[in-house]
Design a protein around this ligand. Sequence first.
Ligand code: AMP
Ligand code: MG
Length: 303
Amino acid sequence: MSGCIKWDSDKPLKLSKIDAGDTGGLTEEQARAKFLTVSEELSELQALMYGAGSHSALAVLQAMDTGGKDGTIRNVMGAVNPQGCQITSFKVPTPIEQAHDFLWRIHEAAPRKGNIGIFNRSHYEDVLVARVHNLVPKPAWRERYKHIANFEELLADNSTIIIKFFLYISKDEQESRLRKRETDPEKSWKLSVADWHERSLWDDYMKAYEEAIEKTSSPHAPWYIVPANHKWYRDLIVSQAIVERLRPYRKQWHKRLVDVGDEMKAELASSGVNGVSTPSNGNGKAKGKDKAKAKNAEQPEAA
Ligand code: AMP
Ligand code: MG
């Protein structure tokens, strides 16, 4: 994917070398046209995933303030059936959350099988804001990279397709977005004194992002660095990346849907309840089909 960086290198990451204003050579019109096509495929894949019920998907969204997490969720996920989506926004931990380990609240929000989960901020705050503001001692946050990697491996082993995004805007773009919030009455509600303070720590945050991305990228939980100054390009890249992660499962999910449907029909035929329509739970899944569910850890065929 031109313009977007999927981080799978063991070289050090230098965010300052990445152009946040990149558009991959596309005009806005071209990107918007592509986005519509990709959105259709995303919607189709989500419907298959939901019906098959064998996998979940988790998209993690991280960004500096004004980086576009809310807009990305609205635009990209606008294409899919809300019934199959779980969106969780992570704020400053509550006292009860603070009384647990940092992954406690995160694990609870992990998407159930069939669903796409979106994390608006995530466990990465615990190696970003926690590091930049010394919320925990250095040895404690340093240990967290390992815990995060292990946690994500656990989710992946449980058939969660993980994809992590850093929506990367430039410092200048952030300033113009913050100023716009001051002048646009419909955006002013998002203003926060803290945003300007956080902005003054920009370089520390970039260092924290670089290390988090370097230390936690893996084939089962890759990071994508998305040039996000142009919202239309950002949306395209995020939806394209999700589609590319889900597409290899298409055949497997489709087959499972058909198999489950066949089992339902066979059950109906042997039940002797002629003329009564199939009792459905509305999501295409057969109830109590443990045999079929046992297949849920299957890996995708080669794309
Ligand atoms: P917003 O996304 O603008 O609603 O802001 C949420 C705030 O919660 C941000 O300032 C985050 O840095 C903060 N936050 C989220 N997770 C954590 C965390 N684990 N520790 C400390 N602050 C957090
Ligand atoms: Mg904010």
